[in-house]
Every structure is written in structure tokens, then in C-alpha cells.
Design a protein around this ligand. Sequence first.
Ligand code: NAI
Length: 339
Amino acid sequence: MRIALFSAKPFDREFFDRANARHRHEIVYFEPGLDAATAGLAAGFACVCPFVNDRLDKPAVEALAAGGTRLLALRSAGFNHVDLDAAAERGITVARVPAYSPHAVAEHAVGLLLTVNRKLHRAAARVRDHNFALDGLMGFDLHGKTVGLVGTGRIGEAFARIMLGFGCTVIASDPNPDDELARLGVRYVGLHDIFERSDVVSLHCPLTPETHHLISDHALARMKPGVVILNTSRGAVIDTRAVIRALKAGRLGGLGIDVYEEEGDLFFRDLSDRALQDDVLARLLTFPNVVVTAHQGFFTREAMDAIAEITLANATAFERGSIPAANLVSVQVHVVNPA
Ligand code: NAI
């Protein structure tokens, strides 16, 4: 197929060109993000490949349809950036990559935990400055501590297994408990228990109306003083302003996040020579016990290989009229916001 790949970064070219040696589509890489203003670039491309922060609202979808697009091959699991009704109306098929490497995200969450707890971000900067003092760098043993997970799907399960290996007590909340994890010693409890008993709370649930701002003033007030909170799921699971209040009050031990509720206009871009316009993120970045990464949990060679391969395989399958059902997105699917 002729594929217009938007928000293209050098790493996209590398992985998609490699996977395309097998699929032999014609890929044209466009650096701009995809929205109604740039959709015209895709005229004549039957397949369009957007990324998570591209904006496929109704005008954009209609412009794509007018240009002959028949397949939106999302290179993400999430599809909250697509107006699915508009796509259905215009007869555009929407496919996605439902799962790539859960280990990539789980291991990144562990990285955030170790960084926040042992203050590695500060330690490395200090040593670079030839400051070899240890004051202020003390952490705690993870061994023997209680880690509370919200969500034990693919990523939560991988994270739970790593934490069990660290010698932690792992408790979890999920409407669909995992029997294998329970057999390994993970105890399923209510959210109330997760908040009250955990030394570390890690979020691995999707963003749904139910999980929106799950970490609220109310939830934070019930947590142990010094708790570390990790978020590699979706930004809006955390009420950022509530977390800032808890950080200011000194109630949080630390915060490690790879996602942020207003990340859409910031992440995946180099804005280092401009004034940061987001005052909430700017405040968050002032706390010494906060580590923010810019949605890089998926960013491993293995995950990128899988994303490129599955995205192009969706295009190949579309041509043959046989996209696997699990990779198709329909308006009936109710998961609001996976990454
Ligand atoms: P999954 O679908 O395998 O697992 C999600 C789990 O959350 C399921 O077991 C589900 O039952 C559970 N869940 C749903 N509602 C819940 C609730 N109210 N309370 C507790 N648990 C609930 O998804 P997967 O692949 O494990 O992804 C988890 C999250 O990670 C998603 O939100 C996704 O957006 C995010 N993600 C982040 C990436 C990154 O680069 N930071 C990359 C890929 C995914």
C-alpha cells in the first residue's frame, strides 16, 4: 500500500524501513503531526499511519477520506485520538497494535522507582559536579516493602513479577484478577487497601471514566506518608494538581511518571529553547523527588520492532481483507485511552 506515516522521527524510519523489507509497502515519511491542517498531505495515500498525539478529529478524518484514505493503521495501542464515528461514516478501517512489549513499560516503571527512591537523578548530577556528598540521597530497601498495583493486565503482570523478584509484598486491584499472579503470591484487595497499605503505588490500568483522576486529594489523603507513586499508564489517571498539593505538604516520598495529563502539546518534541507554557508541569518539575520522562515506556528496540511489524502487517492484511479482529478498532470498543 502507499502509506503516509505522520509525526515521523528518525527512529520511526529506522524500524519501519527494516520491517518494510518484508512487507514492501511504499512508505512516505512526514515530519508534521497529522491534523485537519496537514491531512491534505495524505491525498492519494490509501493508508495513513498516525502516532498517539496526532489529532484525527472529524474534519481531519473527512479530509483524509476526500484524499482517498481507506485505512488508518495506528502505530499505537491507543485510539482515543481518532474520531471513530467519523471514520466509520467515511468507510475508513481503523487498525492498531493492541500489544507490543509489556516488559518495555514494566521495566521503565521499575527504572522510575529506583531513580526516585535512590535519588539517582540527583546523585548522577552531583557526581558530575564533583560533589561526592551523600546528604539527602538516602532511600529505602524495596525488599520487604508493599507494592500496590492498580491493574494487572499485560504490563501490570510484568511489573508484579519483577517486584516479587525484589522481595516485595505485592497487592493488586483489578476487576479481572490474574490467577497465575495470585498463585505466585499477589494478593487481590480493594482500592482502599492499595491506598492504605502500599509503600509504592504503581498504575497500570487504562484511562476510563472510572479511572480518571483515580489519584485524587481523597486517595492521597489515605496513603502512607512517604509513599512513592508511579504512573506509566495514562496521565489523567492522576489529578496532577492534587499530587502537587501532596508534594508541597511533604506527604509524598516521590513521584515517577512517564505520562502527564496535558502531554499532548509537549511530549515527543524538543522545546528546550522555549519558555515552558504549562505552569502545572513547570511546578511539578521543581520538586526534587519528582522524576518525569516523556512517554518513553514503549521505547525499546523490541517494542519498536513489534510496533513496526504489526502496523505494516495490518496494512498487508487489509489488502488481503483479513485484519485480525483483535487489531481492529470499532466504535463498540469501550477502552478510552490506552497509550
Ligand atoms: P491491559 O489491557 O493488558 O491491562 C489493563 C488492566 O487494567 C486489565 O487487567 C484491566 O482489567 C485493568 N483495569 C481496568 N479498569 C481498572 C480499574 N478501574 N482498576 C483496576 N484495574 C483496572 O493493558 P496493558 O497493556 O497492561 O497497559 C496498561 C496501561 O499502560 C494502559 O493504560 C496503556 O495506555 C499504558 N501504556 C503505556 C505505555 C507507555 O509508553 N508509557 C505504552 C503502552 C501502554
